[in-house]
Design a protein around this ligand. Structure first.
Ligand code: SF4
Length: 171
């Protein structure tokens, strides 16, 4: 694996809890951040995804046309793609609507008819990230603990693909 110099994070259909767990690294974030540049994230003010990012952590499932476009672009421009958290890995909470389809969800939120502009079209079924694009590292947890995320980043920065057997679990 080539040297990691740039890192990005992204969220699709998630609750932001996985990003909160990343922030729970606290002072260890400062320790790690001397080794890479955070080039794109909901936590930084950059609108477009860069041409190339060494590692991208993705929270959330693929639930809308917007998510689909976003994750394909991220995959195209990312060296190592990390599925972060149970929503990214399995659909989890986001996929609860798969039992009824998008129609009843929209009706629940919007009085009829749902606005045609400003609301990304929902996919017929919420999908985990690896169903849409290849994923290199899977990090389970709802959310994954800060300790787990730390181990993942340390391993990646050392040029290794992390193995999380016995370290991380679903839920
Ligand atoms: Fe939120 Fe859990 Fe999904 Fe992470 S895995 S986005 S914490 S619901």
């Amino acid at each position: 694996m080539s040297e990691i110099k740039t890192l990005a994070t992204a969220w699709l259909d998630g609750c932001s809890g996985c990003h909160m767990s990343l922030l729970d690294l606290d002072e260890r974030l400062i320790e790690l951040s001397s080794q890479f540049t955070l080039v794109h994230s909901p936590l930084v003010d950059r609108k477009t995804f860069p041409e190339h990012v060494d590692v991208t952590l993705v929270e959330g499932a693929v639930a809308s046309e917007d998510d689909l476009k976003k994750i394909r672009k991220i995959r195209e421009h990312t060296g190592v793609l990390v599925s972060l958290g149970d929503c990214a890995l399995t659909g989890n909470v986001s996929a609860m609507r798969n039992r009824c389809g998008p129609g009843p969800v929209l009706l629940r939120v919007y009085p009829e008819p749902a606005p045609s502009e400003g609301v990304p079209a929902l996919l017929d079924r919420v999908r985990p990230v690896h169903e849409v694009v290849p994923v290199d590292v899977f990090v389970p947890g709802c959310p994954p603990s800060a300790e787990t995320i730390y181990q993942v980043l340390v391993e990646l920065l050392a040029g290794r693909i992390p193995t999380l057997e016995g370290v991380a679990h679903f839920g």
